[in-house]
Design a protein around this ligand. Sequence first.
Ligand SMILES: Nc1ncnc2c1ncn2[C@@H]1O[C@H](COP(=O)(O)OP(=O)(O)OP(=O)(O)O)[C@@H](O)[C@H]1O
Ligand SMILES: [Mg+2]
Length: 382
Amino acid sequence: MSARLEAEHLYKVFGGRPDQAVERLRNGADREELRADGATAAVIDASFTVEPGEIFVVMGLSGSGKSTLLRMLNGLLPPTAGQVRFGGQDLTGLDARGLREVRSRRISMVFQHFALFPHRSVRDNAAYGLAVQGVPRAERARRADEALALCGLAGWEKSWPDELSGGMQQRVGLARALATDAELLLMDESFSALDPLIRRDMQDQLLELQKTLKKTIVFITHDLNEAMRLGDRVAVMRDGRVAQIGTAEDILVRPADDYVASFTQDVDRSRVLTADAVMDRAVRGDEADCGCETATPQTPFTELCAISARVSHPVAVLDARRTLVGVVPRQRLLGFLGDEPAAAPDRCDTPRATDSAKATTTDSAKATTDSATDDAKAVARA
Ligand SMILES: Nc1ncnc2c1ncn2[C@@H]1O[C@H](COP(=O)(O)OP(=O)(O)OP(=O)(O)O)[C@@H](O)[C@H]1O
Ligand SMILES: [Mg+2]
């Protein structure tokens, strides 16, 4: 079971006169202006909804406000302004006792550093949240063991934390969060302290677990590839503000501004993009049955490159009914690999010396827009 999480116009200002600072931020002031008055605007006007079963990743540089935002989501920090609702319940209106109750039963947090108790067994560490809830010992052990098994730690229940590797310790942290049956998991740089290979393993494990558990998850990272890999949607934060919220493809292909574009420059596009994101849409739904290999909108970028290398014309993208929905010229694939998603036209429209007098800007623009249509026709004809 999980529920919808809603953040509405959240602000957090440290120091200074917070209410006044929020007013100034609403009127367009930025962090720097407030800093001059001794106030830190950690989070500025953050609004988003995380659907049940969704992994929502918050990414941004150090100091951009990610942890502060996360702490407001479970009431560890009261917002200076705005509201947090979980499953329709207004968390910002709860008193300390109500918040403790919500935090112990409905929301779990997994931190960057394993935060395990060294003198408790792996089982007791995993059962910690249940002990806080007052669950009887035998049931605690049963549920902790189940969660440990889900995280690949069956057989390690009686071990001590220092007998486990870093990756295994982090799994105990994850098992602790899962054991309570919390509907909302808040994960702050949970995998950042791990070696790259183990980190990837943990990412896989989380994605695998999520297929069956379908928790509502907010995952914080400043690793772009991790964000793109895990996030159903990703929020990019900059200086306290949310610069863009979208799918990994939205953010790579349609960045909201230059900052987001430069931020995502180093992302390994070939791991994220699918045919749907890179194709030129077909103008009309032609049947395409030339017999050559085709792709679907879900075909991963790397596979698309392989197909493109094998067929002599732009790759046709067909939907489930085998209707042509787009085409992918090879130039377009190269453009995405080379950070030029706008891609060059599919044929050379540089005027030749002989006809340069005839070539006009309008002609070359038309050649560019026509190329998708021509490709579609070429594929349909072939
Ligand atoms: N308790 C606090 N008192 C004053 N300022 C704070 C406090 N907590 C955070 N800040 C400031 O708020 C801003 C955002 O901090 P936050 O910890 O949310 O960033 P972050 O994105 O999580 O960074 P990192 O990636 O380094 O963890 C920073 O400028 C930080 O100095
Ligand atoms: Mg942080």
